[in-house]
Design a protein around this ligand. Structure first.
Ligand code: SAM
Length: 235
């Protein structure tokens, strides 16, 4: 068997998203509209409430212009860049993976405007909204694609938490290496009344670990950007 051509740093190239889904899901409209019309009632985990309270307390002690959310921050590479891009904002870096959050904590120690939290985003977003928070910027960088058609409800645009994300306001940016994810995300925003822009793009510098991996492997990259209506307040 032939060996794969290695990419920069001697790494094995990342495979493209493997899926049998060739088009945006035909059930997307029905799913998104149903979530818009129903209340998401799943109980919020106590450990996330505690983590959120800790974050809120730390955030209230930092003088910042507003909040930026790095949702699913992974190892924190993107968080560092967002802290440089938005130096007067407080950057909240949230991920549920203990291993990745530990690496992020090491990599980001000493950055005064960054708060790192290990939490499930589904509950973190809902607690943020319940607390009347508003984000100036929300970044969803390379979320897990959940590429099997039956997994559609795991994609953020088809998850019952989407209406919560949209109410948190600010400029929302999604990046992905899967065109179908980008198209579905774009359509979901439009269905919810938020005009969006979808484009293929080629960053000069990768913003995150996954973006670097995909760039080095020659994947096409897509982003969807939308300015959501302002809502809520800061902590
Ligand atoms: C593909 S990785 C991308 C990481 C990073 N944004 C990047 O671009 O390098 C997706 C990340 O989302 C996190 N994640 C997925 N679902 C989550 C959830 N419900 N709550 C918190 N984090 C989640 C995973 O732990 C993982 O670190």
């Amino acid at each position: 068997m032939s060996q794969p051509t290695l990419v920069k740093g001697g790494r094995i190239p990342s495979p493209m998203v493997r899926t049998t889904q060739g088009e945006p899901c035909e059930r997307l409209r029905e799913i998104v509209l149903r979530h818009q019309q129903t209340e998401f009632l799943r109980p919020i985990a106590l450990h996330t409430v505690r983590e959120f309270e800790r974050v809120a307390e730390v955030a209230s002690e930092i003088a910042g212009d507003g909040l930026v959310l790095d949702a699913g921050c992974g190892t924190g590479d993107s968080t560092r860049q967002l802290a440089l891009l938005h130096p007067k904002h407080v950057i909240l870096a949230v991920d549920r993976s203990q291993a990745r959050i530990s690496r992020a904590k090491q990599a980001l120690s000493g950055l005064p405007n960054v708060i790192i939290a290990r939490a499930n985003l589904v509950d973190f977003w809902r607690l943020s909204l319940q607390s009347g928070w508003h984000f100036d910027y929300q970044y969803l960088l390379y979320p897990n694609p959940s590429p099997k058609k039956r997994q559609i409800k795991r994609r953020w645009h088809a998850h019952p938490v989407l209406p919560t994300i949209l109410k948190l306001g600010g400029r929302l940016e999604l990046r992905t290496n899967w065109d179908i994810y980008a198209k579905e995300f774009y359509s979901a925003l439009e269905l919810c009344g938020f005009p969006a822009k979808l484009e293929r793009f080629a960053p000069q510098q990768p913003i995150s670990a996954f973006e670097r991996k995909y760039l080095e492997s020659g994947h096409p990259l897509f982003r969807v950007i939308s300015d959501l209506m302002d809502a809520g307040t800061e902590p």
